[in-house]
Design a protein around this ligand. Structure first.
Ligand code: ADP
Ligand code: MG
Length: 254
């Protein structure tokens, strides 16, 4: 599905290097987790995969189902089936949720949507997410609560039907009940679309109680320094990142 090879990147027009020689392979149907302290490059990695204009790839490759993503712009990457639920979803005034999703689906499918079945599907997904129907007509993320913003990202995910889902701190700003609702909606989607792969970016193992990971990676200073399973996330919950930093000092210093 996704293969990142020796990726290094920096902030465009500056010398600020963020990712350094990062490699990661995600097969069809796998769920991977990237954990790491603040400021280690987690969000940058998600933005680089989507082709954010603010970052420049210095070296390395990102291959998605045999296609070199680095040659494509963001909309082409979305058309291939990559979806990012953003850590801080962007406000877009004057564009309603329903207009936006209708246009996005039409762009991805390359054909007109049937308005009746589109609205029915939106309403059913919104009900499952405990979102009120007036959100259909509200501007994207304008005046939404933290929880509504994150649920709206999951609504977009369910409507756009991606092959690779990236969740950048879905759990931040969500209370426990909302987190459960978001995760059960994502799990239902994964049950119906078994080849879908997931990349979860998080600080806390709590979200992993609801969405079970196959692999847990620790990101430090722009590279993956350790890979394990769910027990690695538990280890971090119990001992913090400092224990992992010790491993880094001993084994990974350049
Ligand atoms: P994380 O998501 O792991 O908390 P980020 O990927 O958001 O971290 O950021 C990694 C580092 O790169 C941080 O020090 C951040 O300040 C810096 N950074 C990210 N984007 C920019 C930018 N556009 N300009 C300057 N520095 C940036
Ligand atoms: Mg972040």
């Amino acid at each position: 599905m996704l293969e990142i090879k020796n990726l290094s990147c920096k902030v465009k027009d500056t010398d600020k290097k963020i990712l350094s020689n990062l490699s990661l392979k995600i097969n069809d149907g796998e769920t991977h987790v990237i954990m790491g302290p603040n400021g280690t490059g987690k969000s940058t990695l998600s933005k680089i995969i989507m082709g954010h204009y603010n970052y420049e790839v210095i070296s390395g490759d990102i291959i998605f189902n045999n296609t070199n993503l680095l040659e494509l712009d963001t909309s082409a990457r979305a058309r291939l089936g990559i979806f990012l639920a953003m850590q801080d979803p962007t406000v877009i005034s004057g564009v309603s949720n329903s207009e936006f999703l209708k246009e996005a689906i039409q762009e991805i499918k390359g054909e007109k949507v049937n308005l009746y079945s589109f609205i029915k599907e939106m309403e059913s997904n919104m009900k499952n997410l405990n979102l009120s129907n007036d959100m259909l007509h509200r501007s994207i993320n304008e005046g939404y609560s933290g929880g509504e913003k994150k649920k709206n990202e999951v609504l977009q995910l369910k409507m756009l039907k991606p092959k690779l889902i990236i969740l950048d701190e879905l759990d931040s700003g969500l209370d426990v009940d909302s987190l459960k609702v978001c995760c059960s909606n994502i799990n239902n989607y994964l049950k119906e679309n078994k080849n879908t792969s997931v990349l979860i970016i998080t600080h806390y193992p709590r979200i992993l109680e609801y969405i079970k990971p196959d692999y847990v990676h620790i990101l430090s200073n722009g590279k993956i320094i350790k890979t394990g399973d769910f027990s690695l996330a538990k280890e971090i919950e119990n001992s913090g990142y400092s224990s992992i930093n010790e491993i880094r000092k001993n084994d990974y210093c350049e």
